[in-house]
Design a protein around this ligand. Structure first.
Ligand SMILES: [Zn+2]
Length: 256
């Protein structure tokens, strides 16, 4: 199977000991591209090095709702600069998280909207994080119509799913779909049109069954793809190939 991990965090400390091995394992076992998200300036520089070393590593930069209160003028200017220089292929992850509320709601909305405007200005897709905030996320995405993107690690309900599909967003499923309790989510896996589906690990988080609780890594995206194929009654290689084309359609071919 040829596969893509559309969302992981290779710049995080948990990969400091064996980052190269993790990447090599991914590409040696069938991985053809991955997107390593940068959630701050330091992570961006580390991911930039990876992008220079491997032509099939993509990166993004965006201030997560948890860090919205730290998104000031300096961060905004930095984001604009890297967007303008085309050093990133997407803006994200950005959005709203009312589950943890690590930043106040108003701050989250402010940072989210500024970053959406930057995405629009530089014509970059967005990677959306939303948790317990679906109605506000939907309202804001509708307000900023015309931006392309993906709902990362989809765990929302059917209402938000329908809004996202209507807004032409892609839906990215993580290892959560392999957990025994995720019956409701698997109904949406079944429902998602194949031309809208992405797969991701969100590693180092969210190891799929049977590795749950262990540090996750990009190669394990295979387990999520296999589960989705089973749910959809499709051949896993075929589904993966379609998801790969979806990824390239949103983030572009590796011409950067
Ligand atoms: Zn993430």
């Amino acid at each position: 199977m040829k596969f893509i991990d559309s969302h992981c965090h290779l710049a995080m400390d948990s990969f400091n000991e064996d980052r190269t091995e993790v990447i090599e394992r991914f590409f040696n076992q069938g991985g053809i591209a991955l997107l390593s998200v940068s959630t701050n300036i330091d992570e961006f520089y580390l991911n930039k090095e990876l992008c220079e070393k491997y032509s099939n590593i993509y990166t993004s930069l965006g201030w997560h709702p948890h860090d919205a209160k730290g998104f000031g003028k300096r961060e905004e200017d930095f984001l604009k600069q890297v967007a303008e220089k085309k050093l990133i292929q997407a803006i994200g992850e950005i959005g709203l998280d009312y589950y943890y509320n690590n930043s106040p709601k108003e701050e989250q909305i402010r940072a989210f909207e500024i970053q959406l405007k930057i995405a629009k200005k530089y014509n970059l897709p967005v990677i959306i994080h939303t948790r317990d905030a679906d109605s506000d996320t939907a309202r804001i995405l509708k307000k900023h119509k015309g931006i392309k993107g993906v709902i990362h690690c989809f765990t929302s309900g059917e209402d938000f799913f329908n809004v996202a599909i209507k807004l032409d967003f892609f839906i990215s499923f993580s290892g959560i779909i392999t957990f025994p309790k995720s019956e409701d989510l698997r109904k949406l896996v079944k429902k998602v049109p194949v031309d809208r589906v992405f797969f991701e690990t969100d590693s180092p988080y969210l190891s799929p069954h049977p590795f749950r609780g262990k540090r996750n890594e990009p190669v394990r995206v295979v387990h999520t793809i296999e589960k989705a194929a089973e749910v959809k009654g499709m051949n896993a290689d075929t589904l993966s190939e379609i998801a790969n084309q979806n990824f390239f359609a949103l983030f572009g071919r590796n011409t950067f």
